[in-house]
Design a protein around this ligand. Sequence first.
Ligand SMILES: [Zn+2]
Length: 403
Amino acid sequence: MALRSLDIFAPPRAHERVLGRVSGFRDGATLLCIGGLHGNEPAGVMAIRRVLEALAPRRGELRGDFVALAGNRAALAEGKRFLHRDLNRAWTEERLDRLRVEGHLNGHPEDREQVELLAAIEEVVEGARGPVYLLDLHTTSGHGGPFTTFGDTLPNRDFASHIPVPMVLGLEELVEGTLLAYLGRHGIVGATYETGQHEEPAAVDRAEAGIWLAITAAGLVPEDRLPESSVGRKLLQRETEAQPRVLEMCYRHHVEPGDAFRMRPGYRNFQPVGRGEVVADDDRGEVRMPRGGRILMPLYQAQGEDGFFLIREFRPFWLWVSYALRTLKADCGCGWLPGVHRDRGRPDEVVVDRNVARFFAVQLFHLMGYRIHEEDGSRLILRRRRFDEAALVEHGPTPESLP
Ligand SMILES: [Zn+2]
């Protein structure tokens, strides 16, 4: 594989919606890669183009389909994260319902982008000849190592684990309306893959390596027929050997447009930070770390509402515990915990009264695959993620058509 560096400092350019498709003669899964959902993150698109070029002449070896789409085309053409609103915070059922009724006429540029992108994804799902896997490619404004993040279901976890970079759990609970979460609710297994700093040529190489590994993870080409995947694995292992393999999200610093938020210079992904450390300034003064841990995605650009995240190592032991709890369906027997109750009409939800329940109740439900659905004072509603079945790890779920 040519893990060469492209000139990603070239001026932004227009990209077609469907960057390419390679269809195998035999049936199999679909791997959908999306690049540039944020317009100032072209590295994913560059990597996709390299893979398409190398994969196209090898159709005969492919089982299923490789499809690649451009995310926010209007923002990619201007090299901005977004023009009016963030396209990766917009995939809520309410907004999609509204766009379906009102369409995108007279709307903002991202309304059109969202309607078109949804139609393109629908076409991919409708035409799929097996399960559908998604790799959503991104880069960060700060420097530092690559990582994946995903809704913590067993199939997503397995898919992401093929890319040997740190896995960050719990981000989807802090960020509303991502494309990955929306598609995950409809049976598409996937991960968001952050590959480095926006303008760093190595971000393209890491994205390319991850795409090759995702191709083998989705079963499109066996690994022994795809030397690029083992080259990619070595590259990523070498780069991330000093990082923990699994981390969990502890805190998100929210930024409002008028905050005048300025990150202090020099922070990188995964850099250890101490409790009380001043990491940024805003119009209220110094911004301190509420706890110790490692910093993730420090904001070094004007656009964006996440100032930084705080993460901590999550021992792989707990992954095994949660795997066991989920396969044993241990959550069925947890209604007796003090301060926890279940609504009969909603078998996938539990209501936790935080005044009564012990602090570990929420952690226990996290291990069992629940995510926080709603917070209402001391009442917390947790909902079990769909498609979180060990049986779906080997052969992914059949995706539902998107409503
Ligand atoms: Zn992004």
